[in-house]
Write a protein that binds this ligand. Structure first.
Ligand SMILES: C[S@@+](CC[C@H](N)C(=O)[O-])C[C@H]1O[C@@H](n2cnc3c(N)ncnc32)[C@H](O)[C@@H]1O
Length: 294
C-alpha cells in the first residue's frame, strides 16, 4: 500500500445508462482550445518549490520503495487566484467553485480519486515502466505519469489547460526530476483538446515504434461528447502491443458520462478488447479497465 492524503470528491453512484450517438460532432466545437506544446519555463511556485518543509509540498509514499512529491493543488489554486488576472480561466472556475467548465476548464487542478485507484493497482500488480514511452492523458497534476517517470519511462503529459501544466504538472515533474539537467528531457507537455492533439502531433507519431507503450488516463470519461476523440487518441497513439489503463467512476451523476456507455462505444468500434481489472463497490462505484488492440 501507499499513503497519501485526499478528500473524497465522489458523487452518487446510481445512474441509468443513456443511449448515445457515437458519431463525431460535425465539426469540433470551435471553442475547444488548440493543442500547444508547453515548454518548461518559470512557474508561480519556483522559489518555494524545493522547500521540503513547505506546506506546498505533499508526498505519496510507496512503502520504502519510492516517493512522489507534488505541490498541494489547493495552495496552488489559492496562489493562482491571488496572482493571476481575474479573466484567467482557473481564477474564474475557482471563484465559481467549479470542478469542470466544459471546454474552458476541465478539472486538472485537483487530484481526482481514480488517480489513486490506478496508482494503487499499478503498485499492487508491480507494473514496471522502465524504458517505456508513456502518455498520461488528461494528466492534471500528472501523478500517474510521474509514477512511470520515477521508474525510468519517457512521459508525455497532456492536459486541456495550459495553466494546469505550467503551475502544477511541470512543478511536479521538477520536484521528481531524475535527470542531470534542470529541465528534464524525458518529459513533454501538451495542452488543448484531444482532437487537436492528434492533428498537431501527427507527424511525429508516424510509425509504430514512436507510439506509446502505455496510456494512463484517470477520470476522463465524464463527458460523452468527448468519447470519440478520446478513442481516436487511443487508436492513433498506442503501439500495437500497448496497453491502456483507464480509471473512472462507474457513473458521473448529473454529467452524463458513465463506464457502460464508454464500454459500449469501444465494443461497437471493435478495435480494442476492454477488460475490467478492478472495481470498488463500496461508497462511490469506481472501476479500472484495460484496453488492448484485438
Ligand atoms: C477530471 S480531470 C482528471 C485529472 C487527472 N487525470 C486526475 O485523475 O486527477 C479530467 C482531465 O481530462 C482532461 N480533458 C478532459 N476533456 C478533454 C478534452 N476534450 N481534451 C483534452 N483534455 C481533456 C483535462 O485535461 C482534465 O485534466
Amino acid at each position: 500500500m501507499f499513503t497519501f492524503g485526499f478528500s473524497d470528491d465522489g458523487t452518487e453512484s446510481d445512474c441509468e445508462t443513456e443511449k448515445h450517438n457515437f458519431e463525431l460532432p460535425e465539426k469540433t466545437t470551435p471553442s475547444w482550445k488548440e493543442c500547444e506544446e508547453i515548454p518548461i519555463g518559470p512557474n508561480l511556485l519556483h522559489s518555494e518549490l524545493f522547500d521540503e518543509q513547505s506546506d506546498y509540498m505533499l508526498k505519496i509514499e510507496f512503502e520504502d520503495t519510492f516517493v512522489i512529491k507534488h505541490v498541494s493543488p489547493e495552495i496552488v489554486a489559492e496562489i493562482i487566484c491571488k496572482t493571476q488576472n481575474a479573466d484567467d480561466t482557473i481564477v474564474k472556475a475557482e471563484q465559481q467553485h467549479s470542478d469542470l467548465v466544459p471546454a474552458v476548464y476541465e478539472g486538472g487542478l485537483k487530484i481526482w480519486q481514480c488517480t489513486y485507484d490506478i496508482l494503487n493497482h499499478l503498485y499492487q500488480k508491480e507494473i514496471n515502466f522502465k524504458g517505456q514511452k508513456v502518455l498520461d492523458l488528461g494528466c492534471g497534476a500528472g501523478i500517474l505519469g510521474l509514477y512511470a517517470y520515477k521508474q525510468g519511462a519517457k512521459v508525455c503529459f497532456q492536459d486541456y489547460n495550459p495553466e494546469v501544466l505550467k503551475h502544477v504538472t511541470i512543478p511536479n515533474v521538477l520536484l521528481n526530476n531524475r535527470e542531470d539537467t534542470d529541465t528534464p528531457k524525458d518529459c513533454r507537455f501538451f495542452s488543448g483538446d484531444w482532437q487537436s492533439f492528434i492533428e498537431v502531433t501527427a507527424e511525429e507519431f508516424d510509425s509504430d515504434d514512436k507510439l506509446f507503450d502505455c496510456i494512463l488516463t484517470s477520470e476522463t470519461i465524464y463527458n460523452c461528447e468527448n468519447y470519440v476523440k478520446l478513442n481516436q487518441v487511443f487508436k492513433s497513439r498506442l503501439k500495437k502491443s500497448g496497453i491502456i489503463y483507464l480509471g473512472a467512476k462507474t457513473c458521473y451523476f448529473g454529467i452524463g458520462g458513465n463506464m457502460r456507455c464508454f464500454e459500449d462505444m469501444i465494443k461497437a468500434d471493435d478495435i480494442f478488447k476492454i477488460e475490467k481489472v478492478w472495481e470498488n463497490t463500496e461508497g462511490v462505484n469506481r472501476e479500472i479497465v484495460t484496453l488492448k488492440f484485438k
